[in-house]
Every structure is written in C-alpha cells, then in structure tokens.
Design a protein around this ligand. Structure first.
Ligand code: AMP
Ligand code: GLY
Length: 416
C-alpha cells in the first residue's frame, strides 16, 4: 500500500513540499487541499468540504491519510492539528496551543523569557495611552500588534514621534501592543523540524521581505530567498539549536503543549549575538522553496518521524550547492493584486532537480494559467555558488511573462 500524504495549503511553499515528496519516491500517494494548477501536476488537488478548519479537516480525513502536513499558519492557529490528533492521524504541524508561538507575539515573548532565549527587551500594553507615552519616551523602537497580521502588524520607528504614531496606527480596541527594543543587524531564518522533544535544524535561509531592490518599498510576504546565506554558518545553526530552538521546544513541552512541526526562528544577528525577532509555527515562504530544493534524501520519513515523535534517528542529505528562490508577483502586489493576467512561457522551462517552478497565486482562466493572487510563482534554482544559482533562477524567471510582473533583481546578490 502506498503511503498517503495530504498537504494542506496552496502556495509555492506547499508546491515545494509536494514536489520534494514526489521526487523522494514512488511509494506514495500525494493529495493537496486546496492546491493550485501547478501543484495539480505533482499531486491530486481537492477542495475543502466547507469553510474554515472544519472544511479542511473533513476533506483531509475523508482521504484516510497516513500523514497530514500543514503548510500555512492560519489553520494551525485555528486547531487543524488538534482535529487530526482527535482522529489519531499523524500530523506535521503544531496544535493550536503551540501554534500560539506565532499567533501571539506576547505569548512568544513569555515563552522566550521563561526559557531564557535571547530576544529584544519588550513591554506589553493593553491600552493606547500608556503605550503612546512609553513609545515616545523610548525613541527608536519597534511597535508590534499581538496576533496574526500577515506581516502588517510591525512598525519599526526611528524616533519617539514616529513610535507614538505607530501606536495609533496599529492600535484597535481589545488589542495588545508590544513595544520592543530596536535591534540592528542582518536577519536570518533558522527553521527546525520538531517532534515535540527533539529538533532537527534545516539549512539556514535568508528572506528578502521588501518589494523593491535594495530593500526599498513596502513589506511583503517575501520576494525571494537564498539558502544558505554566507553568514549562515554551521556554528550559528548549532548555537541557535542550543540557545533558542531546544529551550523553546522544552518550555512548550513542559507546559503540556509539545511543538510538533516546523519551528521557525527569525533571528537578527546583532553585535551582541543572535536575537529572536519572531517565531513562526511553520516553514517560511519563500524560505521553504530554497531549502527543499536542496534536499537530496526523501522528505517523507522526516516529516512522518517528526509527526510520530521519533525524529532522533533521521539524517537528511543536503545538496552542498546554494539555492536561490525568486518570487514573481502580480501587478499591484502587496496592495491590491490584479487577477486574470495570462501567464506565458511556463512550458518553455526545462524543470528538473536543479530548477523548480512553483505555483502560488495561479488559476485556470479561460483555459490558460493566469494570475490569481499576490505572489504568483517562485522560481528556485541550485548553483555551485550564489551567482550561478541566481543566473539559473533569473534565466527561468525572465522566460515567464505576464502583464505587470514584479520581481526583485537583487535576490542573493549580496552573497557574492
Ligand atoms: P516580525 O514580524 O516580528 O518578524 O517583524 C517584522 C520585521 O520587523 C522583521 O523582519 C524585522 O525586519 C523588523 N523587526 C522586528 N522586530 C525588530 C526589532 N526588535 N528590532 C529591529 N527590527 C525588528
Ligand atoms: N518569509 C517569511 C515568512 O514565511 O514568514
């Protein structure tokens, strides 16, 4: 009997998961809910049976899967992994109580303080007036809205007046605000697979979050990634496992909510050492696209072992080359993306182990693949170094044509 795997989600991260699982072996049946037209070439795609987590859970359980892998944070925060646990289906992705590490920045801070994890000093406010006074007195600082905000709940302020304005901009009745010490340094994403007790770090990656070259323009979900960046050394990964990931996983287990899934530490490499800016309860997007194309062993035993609490023996094999992932976004992204622009050139690209074209916001419109979201596609490529990986990724990205296509030209350019 083939192993049946259900992947939840429909972005390029989930496409990368499905692609890696398909390339990993033939002894499996792959289903994706809801997937997208690109994923449909690698797996059978299904619609949820209704709205929200219940609709996803019903569609997933009807498949009688051996493993469910949840890509995005929202269904995890809403309890999809809890539903799988009730049904005794192995699930890669944390229960809602552990997913709070992403869903609530205040909870993440509390865990970090309890576990002694290095992070920016912070104060929590439940009212706007004291938050505004505190922010003004702080000067340069960072104001964060508690709760899932799809990257829009953080304002980095240069001075007290800006900080006070940031409080007013983010504040809403019933909200909590965190006001943090503003740190400086390059950012890096270190993600580990977790089985509730142990952690297996993936190669580190760097996201490029701003829309435009030179880190200009508005924040986005991520416009590209490199894996590994030059400063993502084995020593940094080992230090992050020791000082950040293991203490966090132990603290969550101690509270009776063990973390199973991908624990993503967003770090800033400050002159005083790495500091955690945020935790996510899932793989990053587009980091996952750059990480998973480097995997040379089968991902299925890894995800299954994590879901079943026996990650200890797993030793994945990684391609030693550098991966670069470039996101192609729609006209208007990250504001109001324009749908229904026909996409040409996809069939001219020779995909293989070293080059993946991953779909996110695509749909079939009048029989053709068209834009249907903000981030449309990710092109991921491997090269002997970052320059060669860039050349390959950008070569393919240039062949893909649609009206209003937006992409950065400097993903991984600083890596040499
Ligand atoms: P977060 O969603 O918490 O990761 O914040 C989004 C972005 O805001 C991060 O990727 C950083 O660029 C920036 N940021 C967050 N916290 C800090 C901090 N304490 N100091 C400086 N920049 C920060
Ligand atoms: N690339 C950032 C994230 O996935 O949150």
């Amino acid at each position: 009997m083939p192993t049946k795997v259900v992947v939840i989600g429909g972005g390029a991260r989930e496409h990368a998961l499905v692609r890696a699982l398909r390339l990993g072996g033939t002894d499996r049946e792959l289903v994706c809910i809801p997937g997208n037209p690109g994923i449909a070439r690698d797996a059978r795609c299904l619609q949820p049976e209704g709205p929200g987590v219940e609709g996803l859970a019903a569609a997933a359980l009807a498949e009688r899967p051996d493993l469910v892998i949840v890509g995005p944070e929202a269904p995890l925060a809403d309890g999809l992994a809890d539903r799988m646990a009730q049904a005794r289906v192995p699930c890669f992705g944390p229960v809602a109580a552990a997913a709070r590490i992403e869903a609530s920045k205040a909870f993440a801070k509390e865990i970090m303080l309890a576990a002694g994890v290095p992070t920016a000093a912070a104060a929590l406010f439940e009212d706007a007036a004291p938050a505004r006074d505190y922010a003004r007195a702080q000067g340069a600082c960072v104001v964060k809205l508690d709760g899932l905000a799809a990257g829009k709940g953080v304002i980095v302020a240069d001075d007290g007046a800006q900080a006070a304005r940031a409080v007013d901009e983010l504040w809403r009745p019933g909200a909590k605000l965190l006001i943090e010490e503003r740190l400086e340094g390059p950012e890096i994403s270190i993600i580990a697979l977790c089985d509730g007790a142990s952690v297996l770090p993936l190669p580190p990656a760097r996201d490029h979050k701003r829309l435009l070259d030179g880190d200009q323009g508005p924040n986005t979900g991520g416009m590209g990634a490199v894996c590994p960046p030059r400063d993502g050394t084995p020593a940094l990964v080992a230090e992050t496992v020791r000082a950040v990931l293991l203490p966090t996983v132990r603290e969550l287990a101690r509270r009776g909510t063990p973390f199973v899934g991908a624990l993503y530490a967003g770090l800033m490499l400050t002159p005083r050492g790495p500091r955690v800016l945020e935790f996510n309860c899932r793989l990053g997007d587009p980091e996952a696209q750059a990480i998973l194309i480097k995997l040379r062993s089968d991902p299925l035993p890894l995800f299954l072992a994590a879901a079943q609490g026996r990650l200890g023996g797993e030793q994945p094999v990684w391609d030693p080359r550098t991966a670069v992932a470039v996101v192609l976004a729609a006209h208007g992204y990250p504001g109001t993306p324009r749908p229904h622009d026909a996409i040409d050139g996809l069939d001219d690209i020779a995909e293989g182990e070293d080059l993946w074209v991953l779909h996110a916001g695509t749909s079939l419109h009048q029989g053709k693949i068209a834009t249907a979201g903000g981030r449309i596609l990710t092109v991921a490529a491997l090269g002997a170094n970052a320059a060669q990986a860039r050349e390959r990724a950008y070569g393919a990205a240039a062949r893909i044509r649609f009206a209003g296509k937006q992409l950065r030209s400097d993903i991984a350019a600083a890596e040499g």
